[in-house]
Design a protein around this ligand. Structure first.
Ligand SMILES: [Zn+2]
Length: 62
């Protein structure tokens, strides 16, 4: 099985130089990436709740 190496920084998408087992060009990018991911997770959670609330409201009206 071939393992695909990460060639670009996951946060800023710059080409990675040096050791190619890295995922980020520097620690700041790592923090930024995880922070963004966390925000996205929070967003999808709230989006789900909002959707559920709309459904509940519709049920109450009918
Ligand atoms: Zn980067």
């Amino acid at each position: 099985m071939m393992t695909r190496k990460q060639k670009y920084c996951l946060a800023c998408e710059q080409e990675l130089k040096g050791r190619n087992d890295k995922k980020f060009c520097d620690p700041h990018c790592k923090i930024a990436y995880h922070y963004r991911k966390m925000q996205e997770d929070n967003f999808s959670f709230y989006a789900r709740v909002a959707k559920q609330l709309k459904i509940n409201r519709r049920l109450l009206k009918s």
